[in-house]
Structures are given as structure tokens and as C-alpha cells.
Design a protein around this ligand. Structure first.
Ligand SMILES: [Fe+2]
Length: 294
């Protein structure tokens, strides 16, 4: 019988006593989807899955979606990727001089497109003795705790999420060298705009949607005023009281709602091996709009 408990101080749920590789009845599957929609962050403990079984487990969260542009994926198993301190991580190879491998700032996935994926499954295969946590930031909690005056101020404003801004940031802060480059290719995607107070397509709840990795500015407020407001919103959103850092046990699957939560990777000291298998949950709704090139 599936057990459900609270995951962390910011919320989320931990599910145990279930085997995603075995038979899961329809009522249990529906309850998992309900928990995901309500809480937006789910850790399923104690799994022992093949790659194919992990891809199939995407059905519990609305089905999978594999989009290759930013990630070549696992060559063996269509529909999943490997995030590893050995070999590649999303198509990037860690530099041999880097002490911490795989750290990345708060971000959302696929928000260089107007219809980002719903979420992702991260399955812990090799867990390091130190590091290797994934951070989760509840944008809904961050929005709800804004003063009413700020909610009014940001209503109708949108954030410019920029592929090139992210690649520039990564290139500055990190020693990845795929094929001699510091980051993924510039100019692969144009800038897109998302509402700063982003309404969730399913729940209707608003999230504060200012992922600092991507956020290059406020569309309606170019210049210093917009920059200052964006910095203030990022500082608000990234407070520890809205975030939870998950330390994996082998067999954990962490699943988050990419339309509500930001996530980050703390990185792993180079001497340890850390491997996650990753499956993308399908999106669909158009939530952003393309910005014309400047
Ligand atoms: Fe990510």
C-alpha cells in the first residue's frame, strides 16, 4: 500500500511502498497524478528500475516528451538522458580542472521555448558521499508571500528569458568545455517572454517566475529600473524559506513541476561519481511568447 508523507519544510510529498516497475492500479496512478498537481514536488523512494522502466514511469506524471535540441539523450535508450560526473551532462563534458562538477544556478527547463515541459524525473543511480543535491524552489510560495503592492506592480509585466544570457552566464561561471567551447552554442534559440506572475495552466495558481539563469531583463522596463526590479524579485524568490535541497538515496526519483518550481544543482566534488537518469515529462500549453530579435 502506497505511503505518502511530507517531504520538506517547503512542502512536497515523499511516496514510498510502491514499485514503478511492477503493477500499479488505476486508482493509485490517479492519486500520484493528483499529488503531483497539488504539491508540484514528489520524491518516490526505493525504486529499482531499468532505463526502459524509468521512461515508462513517466506515464504517472502525464507522459514523456523527448526534445533533443539542448540534450542529445542517452544513445541506448530513446526518451531519457544521463546526467553524470563521468562522461557527459546534457551534452557538456566537465573540464578536468573543475573541482565541483555539474553545479548550475536556479533555472527552469526548456523556457527558451514558449511551451516548456511540465517537469522531469531524476532517478538516483550513483549517489556521492558528498554533494550531488538538487535544489527546488517553490515559485508559488514565493509569489504568495510577496507584498500586495509588489503583486500589483508586477501584474502584466513579463521577464525576458534568454538562451544566450544563460550560455554567457554558464561560460563565465563554469569550466565546461564541450568540443573546446565553454557553453552550448549561442543563438540556437531566440529570446522568449513569460509573465513574471505565471498562472499555472492546470491549477491557475500564480508562481513568481524569474529564473536567474535565463532572466535577462523585464520586457516592459528596459534599463536600470527593470534591472533593479528583476534583481529584487530574484533575491526574494531565492530565499532559503522557499527552497529545499534534496539529498538523494539510491533509488529515489525526484519529480518537480517545471511550471511552478525552479531547480538548481549544487554540484559534486570531482572525486565522487554521481549519476542520475532523467526523463522529461511532456508539456503542451503555450505559456510564453517569442520576442522579436533586437
Ligand atoms: Fe535543469
Amino acid at each position: 500500500m502506497m505511503k505518502v508523507s511530507k517531504l520538506s519544510a517547503i512542502g512536497g510529498v515523499r511516496i514510498s511502498d510502491i514499485d514503478f516497475g511492477g503493477d500499479v492500479d488505476d486508482a493509485t496512478a490517479a492519486e500520484i497524478m493528483r499529488l503531483y498537481n497539488e504539491h508540484g514536488l514528489v520524491v518516490v523512494a526505493g525504486q529499482k528500475l531499468s532505463k526502459t522502466q524509468l521512461v515508462e514511469a513517466g506515464r504517472f506524471f502525464g507522459g514523456t516528451d523527448y526534445r533533443p535540441p539542448a540534450d542529445p539523450g542517452d544513445p541506448e535508450t530513446p526518451g531519457m538522458s544521463i546526467i553524470s560526473t563521468r562522461g557527459y551532462d546534457g551534452g557538456l563534458t566537465p573540464d578536468e580542472n573543475e573541482k565541483i562538477v555539474g553545479d548550475i544556478n536556479w533555472h527552469t527547463d526548456q523556457t527558451y521555448t514558449v511551451n516548456p515541459n511540465r517537469g522531469k524525473l531524476l532517478y538516483a543511480v550513483d549517489v556521492p558521499d558528498e554533494g550531488g543535491q538538487t535544489g527546488f524552489l517553490d515559485g508559488q510560495l514565493a509569489y504568495d508571500s510577496l507584498p500586495a503592492s509588489m503583486k500589483t506592480r508586477i501584474a502584466g509585466l513579463s521577464v525576458n528569458l534568454s538562451w544566450d544570457h544563460a550560455q554567457n552566464t554558464i561560460a563565465r561561471n563554469r569550466a565546461y568545455r564541450p568540443n573546446g567551447e565553454k557553453s552550448l552554442a549561442a543563438g540556437r534559440f531566440g529570446d522568449v517572454a513569460f509573465p513574471i506572475a505565471l498562472p499555472h495552466p492546470i491549477t491557475g495558481e500564480k508562481s513568481l517566475y524569474v529564473p536567474p539563469l535565463w532572466a535577462a531583463g523585464i520586457v516592459e522596463m528596459p534599463g536600470a529600473e527593470g534591472r533593479e526590479l528583476l534583481d529584487e524579485l530574484v533575491a526574494h524568490a531565492t530565499q532559503a524559506r522557499f527552497t529545499y535541497w534534496h539529498s538523494y538515496a539510491p533509488g529515489d526519483i525526484a519529480v518537480w513541476d517545471n511550471w511552478r518550481f525552479l531547480h538548481a544543482a549544487g554540484g559534486t566534488p570531482r572525486r565522487y561519481v554521481r549519476t542520475l537518469w532523467s526523463v522529461v515529462i511532456q508539456g503542451g500549453p503555450v505559456m510564453g511568447r517569442e520576442l522579436a530579435a533586437a
